[in-house]
Design a protein around this ligand. Structure first.
Ligand code: COA
Ligand code: AMP
Length: 629
């Protein structure tokens, strides 16, 4: 495969040499003398004796190098009608002063700051300001409800929360302050302060003595210099859904993260300093962390922060308008976004009204890119459409088609090949290797490359139990798939109870926990079922308690999930069922339910307690009738 295979082979042959060379692209305050700390397997650390500051690498050094006047951040908000560009010098000034404000409120190196903000520049500024003073940010997606926010507050124990008066969805204004109040009331570890960004036209009263106004703080804030931190110090904690209701706090380090992201910008995304990159995601997700904020800025490129949707803000030409107006070279989005655009504009007529000739690549991730959507995008855009596969845990692509290195032939439905440092293996349940083409658990041989998760926040045992113990010596991705004769990876979907709704990762276990609290529900199971636009949707199967009625129950459950988890769960499908199939030891057979609902010829497990339960469920699972939808 030429350039790709040379680089890939080199990365696995001598990882230390490969990443030492990549590390030359970073400005270290103390350069690494040791590349990999492998003294304590299965836990590994990259660049254990080095020091740097991630914010200085993302901002200061570009200003010093003469890029001060170049656009760093373009904020484009069709929901408010605001567009604003920050040069590197302007962004640095804002970040350095907000870092001073944070310090003035008592935030020090190692302290945590929860960020609950919509897609506004202050989200980027806050993240970088934390990095500047060595504080650890933890961004919580604005679509999560107070309970989810409270769970994260209690786990990460922030000194401070940065929030806004509201978020703006096309259909409604999302009031943040009441949600913050509810979350803090629920939390056992309230923060010392909340800083509130008052949005233009949406000022809300700040009543609590704990709270501060962002603009007022900035009026008097003094800029502060970046502080060197250990490469192994945490840059951020980002919570993601696991198989249980308790989210996992993915810990990202500073050094490995900077090295890996810089490598990807050049080699995977083919972005050079001064070029415009747009990840149409949200800062609350890993794509937003890596490819709205850190990677484009580390690379000296220009990043676009888009507060809008692919359709409805105002039409399905919204993406093409942004690309044309800001001369975007590469767009990164979720397949769902392409599917909704296609649904509203099947012939892509809106492309005729915008000059998108500057767009060279469309990258998609977050869920599987179905071949139909792939072919549509290729045909309409006439540029390479690159599916790439990764996870919150890894922080950057495990498999991709590396556009800056070598454009490999595409196989529709495959995210192409493993990226450097990822020794991807397909394993049977007993740990033996699958043959080419044979499906199994996708695992990565340890150590994983720099930039991947260091641990789980305050939960190293859970880190080991969740990812490292199933197949000793390997990281378990949670996805199933195969590698074909040509070395291409095929990702077939999660093997656990994680689902992906419109590119948003959710835990069916968390939804079950909410359903189970309803007084009429005896037991329940939530499974992911196929959805034409959103990829997957959550479907709840509930068994009533003796004497309970189904009247109004489904509507209640939908409201409860919205209130407890958030609108983003988009939970709408409920079936009241007579019973759930279980093993003889009482475990609900969720995988079997998933398979039957997907129309597979699902084998009946030998461990099933009563097969007639499954027979009764079959017509419900394969049908499209719901008690509520
Ligand atoms: N704050 C508050 N509420 C939010 C929110 C946010 N940041 N984001 C979404 N929501 C709400 C929506 O308003 C909607 O509420 P509703 O039920 O009252 O209508 C609900 O959560 C469901 O949202 P979503 O599933 O996103 O549907 P949508 O119709 O708003 O948008 C898409 C559909 C496809 C445009 C959108 O899901 C999308 O862009 N997905 C891509 C996701 C992504 O970027 N993933 C990262 C990997 S690249
Ligand atoms: P998240 O952590 O939110 O990025 O979600 C990660 C999960 O999304 C992965 O484990 C996969 O199940 C799924 N996923 C992400 N990208 C892809 C892709 N390109 N193809 C198939 N599944 C994907």
């Amino acid at each position: 495969m030429g350039a790709y295979s040379d680089v890939y082979d080199a990365s696995l042959a001598v990882p230390e040499a490969f990443w030492a060379e990549a590390a030359l692209a970073v400005d270290w305050t103390r350069p690494p003398t040791r590349v990999l700390d492998d003294d304590r397997p299965p836990f590994y650390r990259w660049f254990p004796d080095a020091e740097l500051n991630t914010c200085a690498n993302a901002l200061d050094r570009h200003v010093v190098a003469g890029r001060g006047e170049q656009p760093a951040l373009i904020y484009d908000s069709p929901v408010t009608g605001v567009k604003k560009t920050y040069s590197y010098a302007e962004l640095l000034d804002e970040v350095a002063r907000f870092a001073g404000a944070l310090r003035g409120l008592g935030v020090e190196r190692g302290d945590r700051v929860v960020v609950y903000l919509p897609m506004i520049p202050q989200a980027v500024i806050t993240m970088l300001a934390c990095a500047r003073i060595g504080a650890v940010h933890s961004v919580v997606f604005g679509g999560f409800a107070p309970h989810e926010l409270a769970v994260r507050i209690d786990d990460v124990r922030p000194k401070l929360i940065v929030t806004a008066s509201c978020g703006i969805e096309p259909s409604r204004v999302v009031e943040y302050l009441p949600m913050i109040e509810d979350a803090i009331a629920l939390a056992a570890h309230p923060p010392m302060h909340c800083v509130v960004v008052q949005r233009d036209g949406y000022h809300r009263e700040i009543a609590h003595y704990r709270d501060r106004d962002y603009d007022e703080l900035m009026e008097t804030a003094e800029p502060v210099d970046p502080v060197p931190v250990a490469a192994t110090d945490p840059l951020y904690v980002l919570y993601t859904s696991g198989t249980t209701g308790k989210p996992k706090g993915i810990v990202r380090d500073n050094g490995g993260h900077a090295v890996a992201l810089l490598w990807t910008m050049r080699n995977i995304y083919d972005i050079k300093p001064g070029e415009v990159f747009w990840a149409a995601s949200d800062v609350g997700w890993v794509v937003g962390h890596s490819y709205i904020v850190y990677a484009p800025l580390l690379a000296g490129a220009t990043t676009v922060l888009y507060e809008g949707k692919p359709v409805g803000t105002p039409d399905p030409g919204a993406f093409w308008r942004v690309i044309a107006e800001h001369n975007v070279k590469a767009l990164f989005t979720a397949p769902t976004a392409i599917r909704v655009i296609r649904k509203e504009d099947p012939d892509a007529a809106h492309l005729n009204w915008h000059d998108v000739s500057g767009l060279k690549y469309l990258f998609v991730a977050g869920e599987r890119l179905d071949p139909d959507t792939y072919h549509w995008a290729c045909e309409k855009l006439g540029i390479p459409v690159i599916d790439h596969w990764w996870q919150t845990e890894t922080g950057w692509p495990i498999a991709a088609n590396p556009m800056g290195l070598q454009q490999l032939p595409v196989k529709a439905g495959s995210p192409t090949v493993p990226m450097p440092g990822y020794d991807v293996r397909i394993l049977h349940d007993d740990g033996t290797a699958c043959r080419p083409g044979e499906e199994g658990a996708i695992c990565i041989k340890l150590p994983m490359p720099p930039g991947t998760l260091a641990t789980l926040w305050d939960a190293e045992d859970r880190f080991a139990a969740s990812y490292l113990s199933e197949h000793p010596g390997y990281y378990l991705t949670g996805d199933g798939g195969r590698i074909d004769q040509d070395g291409y990876l095929w990702v077939m979907g999660r093997t656990d109870d994680v689902i992906n709704v419109a590119g948003h990762r959710l835990s069916t276990g968390a939804i079950e926990e909410v359903l189970a609290t309803h007084p009429s529900v005896a037991e329940c199971a939530v499974i992911g079922v196929a959805d034409e636009i959103k990829g997957q949707a959550a479907r709840g199967l509930v068994v009533l308690k003796d004497g309970a009625t189904a009247d109004g129950l489904a509507q209640d459950l939908v409201t409860m999930v919205r209130d407890e988890i958030g609108a983003v769960a988009a939970f709408r499908l409920v079936n009241v069922v007579p019973a759930l199939p279980k093993t003889r030891s009482g475990k609900i057979l969720r995988k079997t339910l998933r398979g039957i609902a997907a129309g597979h010829n699902e084998p009946i497990p030998s461990t099933i307690e009563d097969a007639s339960v499954l027979d009764a469920l079959r017509p419900i699972l394969t049908g499209e009738d719901y008690n509520y939808s």
